[in-house]
Design a binder for this molecule. Structure first.
Ligand code: GLC
Length: 434
């Protein structure tokens, strides 16, 4: 087993990429009301198979279109749910018949997707759910899944004869298939653990003992030493990426007081899987603000799309990706390869800084458009030149006479147009530092 590169080298492509696409796609797309519908509605396995396995027919599936939409949105990597909690597998696994080739799809759906995204230069990430509500050896518990509300006796009865070690081996065997059958994989995104008080009582929750997480990490590292692992198999210290979910941290994330590589995973709506009737849908402006916010705190944004049962991203998702892409097309220099501004660079009110250390370039994002001036403290003596990033038009600045007073020493006053530049959701001033 070759030794993995040091973490800062292994994660460099990731922290430079900053923006990725999460894709949640499985049988739940046909239920079209959240990927947890099997849990929420306590749908027994037989019924779930009869409805959704039997009728899964993604006849319009075209991963080239997905990859094109992601690339044009400015995304630099993607993470696909190879298997979600329902247990259904998108690839032609030899470990179970509960897989895409055995549906109307009639083929491995993962391979063409990986090829399409890789062909556009995106890094490849596999989400794999250790939770599995279908596998006959995985213990049923009273926390999650369609049988969670059964009585303790009924759960015990259903767990009779189950051997959790067989399921833990199943996880390793499937992960081995994924890491050896689809070319170099850049991220392995496990989900998720909920250890019980008694770690060995798998009928009340599952963590490292249930998944045999140590053996699982050994398997992963032996097959893909430099792959990036996330933090959800209940094995502190084994992951490379901390994964705050459905929120943006207040500041750069730390573990034990030390900064860590982190990635916020978020949805457009509340659901990860396709949800036809959901009325919530975040605006592209707010998503762009969120992306800037994450990068300004040394983090990534993994933004989710849930394709529908025919294999298409729906109109809402495509429209949003297009709008985000329009901003990224002319402003991505303030995102790729950027992170938090150096100590002491306090952004003006209504603005956010990102900073490209390699270029020594500061990016001032004007989130809320003020009248005529943006006052940037403590940097006037550090600026060599400034321009709008989107059109490279010069932005003048200077120390106003009255700024000589102590209170505003070294403040730069950027003079900006009366109106926000048309079509630019968040105008960015690119500041060339001395
Ligand atoms: C939560 C949800 C799961 C989703 C994941 C994405 O774990 O249970 O459905 O895939 O978040 O981070």
């Amino acid at each position: 087993m070759s030794t993995p590169l040091p973490p800062e080298e292994r994660t460099r492509w990731f922290t430079e990429a900053r923006f990725g696409l999460f894709i949640h796609w499985g049988l739940y797309a046909n239920g079209a009301r959240h990927e947890w519908l099997m849990n929420h509605e306590e749908i027994p396995i037989e019924e779930y198979e009869r409805k959704y396995f039997k009728h899964f027919n993604p006849d319009l599936y075209n991963p080239e279109a997905w990859a094109q939409a992601a690339a044009e949105a400015g995304m630099r990597y993607f993470v696909i749910t190879t298997k979600h909690h329902e247990g259904f597998c998108l690839w032609d696994t030899q470990q179970t018949d509960y897989k895409a080739p055995n549906t109307e799809a009639g083929r491995d759906l993962l391979r063409p997707m990986v090829e399409a995204f890789r062909a556009r230069g995106l890094h490849v990430g596999f989400y794999y759910s250790v939770i599995d509500w279908h596998h006959p050896q995985n213990f049923i518990d009273n926390r999650v899944g369609p049988y969670r509300n059964l009585s303790a006796e009924e759960i015990a009865e259903k767990n009779k004869g189950r051997d959790q070690k067989i399921y833990a081996k199943y996880i390793r065997d499937q992960v081995t298939e994924l890491l050896t059958g689809y070319g170099p994989i850049d991220i392995l995104w496990f989900d998720y653990s909920y250890p019980p008080e008694d770690p060995a009582d798998f009928s009340k929750g599952k963590g490292r003992l249930a998944w045999e997480s140590e053996k699982l990490v050994e398997t992963v590292r032996s097959l893909a030493p430099d792959i990036l692992l996330n933090d959800r198999i209940d094995l502190p210290g084994s992951g490379d990426i901390v994964t705050p979910e459905q929120y943006t941290p207040a500041k750069g994330m730390e573990v034990d007081g030390k900064p860590v590589v982190w990635e916020a995973c978020q949805t457009f709506s509340g659901s990860w899987g396709y949800h036809r009737d959901e009325m919530r849908w975040r605006s592209s402006a707010e998503i762009i603000h969120t992306l800037i916010d994450c990068v300004s705190k040394n983090g990534n944004l993994l933004l989710n799309v849930g394709p529908n049962g025919r294999g298409e991203m729906d109109a809402r998702a495509l429209k949003s990706l297009k709008e985000i892409g329009a901003w990224m097309r002319v402003n991505s220099d303030s995102i790729y390869g950027c992170g938090a501004a150096p100590e002491g660079f306090e952004p003006p009110s209504g603005c956010a800084y990102t900073y490209n250390k390699a270029k020594n370039r500061l990016y001032l994002h004007i989130l809320s458009w003020p009248h005529r001036t943006v006052y940037a403290k403590n940097i006037a003596d550090k600026i060599e030149y400034a321009q709008f990033l989107h059109d490279h038009s010069e932005i003048t600045f200077g120390l106003e006479g009255w700024q000589k007073a102590e209170a505003v020493k070294n403040m730069a006053t950027f003079i900006i147009p009366w109106e926000k530049p048309a079509g630019i959701e968040v105008p960015v001033i690119e500041i060339f530092l001395k």
